[in-house]
Write a protein that binds this ligand. Sequence first.
Ligand SMILES: CC(C)(COP(=O)(O)OP(=O)(O)OC[C@H]1O[C@@H](n2cnc3c(N)ncnc32)[C@H](O)[C@@H]1OP(=O)(O)O)[C@@H](O)C(=O)NCCC(=O)NCCS
Length: 162
Amino acid sequence: MNRNNILYRKATICDVTFMSEILVDAAAASGVEILVCDLPDYPDTYQYVEAFPNGSDVGVIAETADGERVGAAWVRMLANDAHAVNQPLPELTMGVLPEYRRMGIGERLMEELYNAASVMNIPMISLGVHKDNLPAINLYKKQGWVEDGSFKEYIMMSREAK
Ligand SMILES: CC(C)(COP(=O)(O)OP(=O)(O)OC[C@H]1O[C@@H](n2cnc3c(N)ncnc32)[C@H](O)[C@@H]1OP(=O)(O)O)[C@@H](O)C(=O)NCCC(=O)NCCS
């Protein structure tokens, strides 16, 4: 498998279970251990996938030619955006399955997501990343995300969606 064999497509309601797996993986990278089946008990986390897609939600799935999902990135406005530094913006969740990392899939997922958000007339997007999550911080910095401030142990960042 190499990065050229990966396909990128828009996320749909059929992808929500996989996106939930990516969400709990991203939470684990922040030191928060949640099982997918327990997500509804954690509304602050569950809101990243609950009833996706809705309104201006937009996401991208990376999958193999066999249809195996290997990564996802999406943005949505959060109902409870306690950590917004400036104005609330659609917030990013992303991740790549461990065995597919360091192949450029994360970077490509983000580029596809910027395009998809742009098509949806979303000008700016935001994210919160744990201060110790160096793989993600490096990826975001490489792609021109700017630090807006911090919230608890999270660095808040934003970027134009283009
Ligand atoms: C962060 C994550 C999405 C990166 O995905 P990926 O497909 O491995 O990333 P890429 O291969 O596209 O790497 C792009 C850049 O990210 C950075 N990066 C990725 N993995 C890294 C690592 N293990 N250590 C340091 N930098 C890393 C590098 O800057 C890299 O560029 P380079 O290859 O030129 O050095 C992946 O590690 C992941 O899914 N982590 C768990 C979930 C998570 O943390 N999500 C984000 C929550 S805010």
